[in-house]
Design a protein around this ligand. Structure first.
Ligand SMILES: [Zn+2]
Length: 308
């Protein structure tokens, strides 16, 4: 995928360093002051033993996935995105090659979906992409560690990505290449499209009253539709800037590598269709290609499809 001379998105937010920050790293100055006063109080009242108990408690809370510093500063939801963005380096200007590429990919999805929404007489509300390392607090979606992989949070209208995932995608899943990375971003943007079109909330409602397998079957349709929408984006990216030989293969290899059946087989389990939530490798490749060939959102109706 071409990256030189391309527009970079202004919606990339640098959240790196928050996942494993020390005492001094808290976003708001007020939080630091509260922590300082608290430490001083504990030290004068209880001495070093008191500090030791605080430290143990701090790590215990962290182990449970909570951020004690954020709880102290009264935020709970973390610092507003703008605040951390203002205090950290602009990844689109001075980030790594991969980070700067993310800025180009996100900008391309904005251009494509701006166009598609305008064509349908509406406006595309652009999502943010939060690049983090280690872990991140994603508003109402809670705290997430890098282990969960890239994700989209409907409550914050933002995508969350630790670019270390691409190392794993390349080494562990055998899906290297810039377009494999672009596909991952485009898939999460697909979830954003589903959010603003109301599909995600419709599915959420429909899931109530269904048992596990029924819920999983619906979730598979959500995931395959996001793959198809990633394909629609790839179709238009090809129109905009021309894809390189092998780009589509890279996306298909990634879709193949991270299908549920492949992941389960690698985890030493026999694939069990009822527990699939992303679709099989074959299904993921098929729906990406449907979107790519047609370039039409209408080709992505996984909910009315007779067979997936
Ligand atoms: Zn997904």
């Amino acid at each position: 995928m071409r990256r030189t001379g391309r527009r970079k998105s202004t919606n990339v937010v640098n959240r790196k360093g928050e996942g494993r920050q020390g005492l001094g790293g808290l976003g708001g100055g007020g939080g630091n002051f509260i922590i300082f006063m608290l430490l001083r109080l504990v030290m004068t009242r209880f001495g070093l033993a008191g500090i030791a108990i605080l430290v143990v408690g701090y790590f215990a809370l962290q182990a449970m996935g909570l951020n004690p510093l954020q709880m102290l500063s009264g935020g709970g939801q973390g610092a507003p995105a703008g605040q951390s963005a203002a205090s950290q380096a602009d990844l689109c200007e001075s980030g790594s090659e991969t980070e700067q590429f993310m800025c180009v990919v996100l900008a391309s999805t904005e251009d494509v979906w701006d166009g598609e929404f305008t064509r349908r007489g509406s406006t595309y509300p652009q999502p943010e992409l939060h690049i983090f390392s280690g872990g991140v607090s994603a508003g109402a979606c809670g705290y997430a560690s890098s282990a969960v992989g890239p994700f989209y949070c409907p409550a914050t209208n933002a995508l969350y990505l630790d670019t270390e995932f691409f190392t794993e995608l390349s080494r562990r899943f055998g899906a290297p290449g810039d377009f494999a990375q672009a596909y991952v971003v485009a898939h999460e943007v697909g979830h954003h499209i589903q959010n603003v079109s109301g599909t995600l909330s419709d599915v959420q409602r429909a899931k109530q009253g269904l048992t596990g397998p029924g819920q999983n079957a619906l979730q598979v349709k959500v995931e395959l539709q996001a793959d198809c929408l990633a394909g629609v984006w790839a179709h238009h990216e090809n129109d905009l800037a021309g894809l390189d030989d092998g780009d589509i293969d890279e996306a298909l290899t990634a879709a193949n590598a991270i299908g549920d059946d492949t992941l389960q087989r690698q985890a030493g389990q026999r694939p069990m269709p009822d527990s699939f939530t992303h679709g099989t490798s074959a299904q993921r490749m098929e729906w990406f290609q449907r979107g790519y060939r047609s370039g039409e959102m209408e080709a992505c109706d996984t909910f009315d499809a007779n067979a997936l």
